[in-house]
Design a protein around this ligand. Structure first.
Ligand code: XMP
Length: 606
């Protein structure tokens, strides 16, 4: 059953469902994501239904389909892109490949301004399209309400049954008036009013019901989600019934552990045990170079330490203890919680051992229905500092995925041709190309222009063309420390405490500089990555270096939900400050700025 008065998004695949769900909540209605095939019966009580976009064709075998009875529920239905085509396909219209595949900007002309979706909006405006197929013949009872040059039926409407279809993605920010169109639809649904403030009270009730007279043991990672979840559990259940554990893996950011303790102090949260397990983690990572193997070792050791500490503290299930987790809504879906969502990665909150405990009713996840921005609002309401709850997301394995290591330099067999001065980096990084994961080389571009910190515009487009044309590369970076490729030296070895300290220092510099600007909250995330090579001549501070020669990559990105991302453009003055300060750290010789979007790169390098 769905929550009464909510708006349900039927997920037809791709990365769109969460974006729509999140937008609907911002408009004051609760949203839930369900698989496309959910039966109409299960949707009883919903105030409205949205069919999301998706990568397939409606007539393709195995593509997401819907229960046609949903159109008889009497609630408004909106189809977006694939959803729009699915409405036409299901109700007797016709869908066919369009003249051209259309990706990106298009101007639509509203032909029926009396449609509630467009009322009061301009007659013509820009939208964002991404489709190969289109609706060619309207189903009975529908009229066409908007057109573009390349897509005749850019929008359709059945007034009597309150069914709407739009070929464009109204949920993305590139579509003008997108939120206004969505608001008009949401208003038409007359959903039950919803806000994070009112929902917080309800979560409190849910926690008490689920926990009953038990107690909760919770791992606090230092990230926003687990910090907010722990604070909430403390507030609802009281300190005596909650115990927190923060495992210091040695792969945390500079002053991170102290920062968390300081944030908890004014809230009188003292039930957090800090376990310094850094020696164990560095020992487990000795001689490990493969990114997946690193993640596995870190994850396994994390569970082992947690088990040991909970045994030491006698936190047994038999004595009424259960596990708390800071899982949020997208984490539950990203791992295949709905049938058509692409499997991106298995979230560490959903590994088998934890799943078994969830099935046995031994896990509480108080934030499991919330989006990140809602978790942040809740955190502020609970009294956590603004800067802490608005921190950038940080991967569970911490700096472990940002310290690239290798036993020896690794270069591609085929170099392909890159027309300008460049350096192929002797390490590989993870990417996403087509449907799969890649593990390939990055290429660094150089510019001899006076104005080194202004990345040449042409380089930004090369960041797209090079990985598309040279199979050996999945990433393109720009060197901000050197005008031409220097001769480099490799520093072999795996993750060590010294390397972690070096990266911690550079990471702290970058974030300090970023916080001085007003860009911290517009840049979605800013990984700083350590590479195991430097220059033969050494950098300005190399004489004092005791850890070998290294380089740093700056990876600022803009993103909505981390499924796709663009390299964020930073002001030249900021790049200069960061580069100069990083070069003054002994052991770091070169600095690069990552220009790659996702795809073909991922946000993190591993
Ligand atoms: P990628 O690199 O796949 O990252 O583009 C997408 C987002 O997920 C974060 N990330 C992780 N978060 N555990 C996490 O909690 C992980 O193992 C992990 N790996 C990547 C990444 O920082 C970005 O926000």
């Amino acid at each position: 059953m769905v929550r009464k008065g909510s708006i349900v998004i039927l997920d037809c695949g791709g990365q769109y469902a969460h974006l729509i769900g999140n937008r609907v909540r911002r408009l004051g209605a609760f949203s839930e994501i369900r698989v496309a095939e959910t039966s109409a019966k299960e949707l009883t009580g919903a105030a409205g239904i949205i069919l999301s976009g998706g990568p397939q064709s409606v007539y393709e075998q195995g593509s997401p389909q819907i229960d046609p009875v949903i159109f008889d529920l009497g609630v408004p239905v909106l189809g977006i892109c694939y959803g729009h085509q699915l409405i036409a396909h299901t109700l007797g219209g016709e869908v066919k490949p369009g003249k051209i595949k259309e990706y990106g900007h298009a101007d639509i002309t509203i032909t029926q301004p009396q449609s509630p979706l467009f009322s009061g909006l301009p007659k013509m405006y820009g939208v964002w399209m991404s489709h190969g197929d289109e609706v060619k013949v309207l189903p009975a009872g529908f009229i066409c309400t908007a057109s573009s040059d390349t897509c005749n039926i850019a929008s359709m409407w059945n007034e009597e049954r309150r069914i709407f279809g739009v070929q464009f993605h109204l949920e993305v920010t590139h579509t003008q008036h997108g939120m206004e169109m969505l608001k008009r639809f949401v208003d038409l649904c007359k959903p039950a009013p919803w806000s994070i403030e009112s929902y917080a009270k309800e979560i409190g009730r849910q926690i008490r019901e689920e926990v009953k007279d038990r107690k909760v043991f919770m791992l606090v990672s230092g990230g926003v989600d687990s910090t907010v979840a722990f604070t909430l559990l403390n507030e609802v259940l009281g300190r005596g019934r909650v115990q927190g554990l923060l495992v210091d893996t040695g792969l945390m950011r500079k002053n991170e552990v102290v920062g968390i303790q300081e944030a908890f102090e004014p809230l009188q949260i003292t039930n957090l045990r800090i376990e310094d397990a850094s020696d164990e983690f560095f020992a487990a990572l000795k001689g490990v170079y493969d990114p997946e193997e690193k993640r596995k070792r870190i994850g396994d050791l994390f569970l082992k330490v947690q088990k040991r500490v909970s045994e030491e503290m006698h936190l047994k299930v038999e004595d009424g203890w259960m596990l708390g987790q800071g899982t949020i809504y997208p984490d539950t879906i990203e791992t295949g919680g709905t049938k058509h969502a692409d499997h991106i990665k298995t979230h560490h909150n959903r590994v088998q051992a934890v799943q078994d405990m969830i099935d046995a009713g031994l896990v509480i996840e108080p934030l499991k229905d919330l989006y990140k921005d809602e978790v942040r609002k809740l955190g502020e309401e609970l009294g956590l500092p603004h800067d802490l709850v608005w921190r950038h997301p940080f991967p569970g394995p911490g700096l472990g995925v940002r310290i690239l290591c290798a036993e020896e330099p690794n270069l591609p067999k085929e170099k392909g041709s890159v027309a300008i001065p460049h350096l192929v980096l002797p390490v590989r990084s993870v990417g996403v190309q087509g449907d799969g994961r890649t593990y390939r080389h990055a290429v660094a571009l150089f510019s001899a222009s006076e104005d080194t910190f202004n990345v040449p515009h042409a380089f930004r487009s090369m960041a797209t063309t090079i990985p598309n044309t040279v199979p050996a590369f999945n990433r393109v970076v720009f060197c901000t420390s050197h005008a031409e490729p220097p001769s480099i030296v490799f520093t072999p070895g795996a993750i060590t405490r010294e390397r972690a300290d070096l990266l911690r220092e550079a990471d702290a510099v970058v974030h300090e500089e970023l916080r001085r600007t007003d860009l911290y909250e517009t840049v979605w995330q800013f990984p700083v990555v350590l590479l195991p090579f430097g220059t033969r001549d050494g950098g300005p501070a190399s004489a004092k270096a005791t850890v070998g020669r290294h380089s740093i990559v700056l990876r600022p990105v803009e993103s909505q939900e981390a499924m796709t991302a663009n390299a964020a453009a930073l002001p030249a003055t900021l790049i200069r400050r960061m580069t100069e300060r990083i070069l003054s750290i002994p052991g770091i010789d070169m600095v690069f700025l990552d220009l790659t979007s996702k795809p073909p790169g991922t946000i993190e390098w591993e």
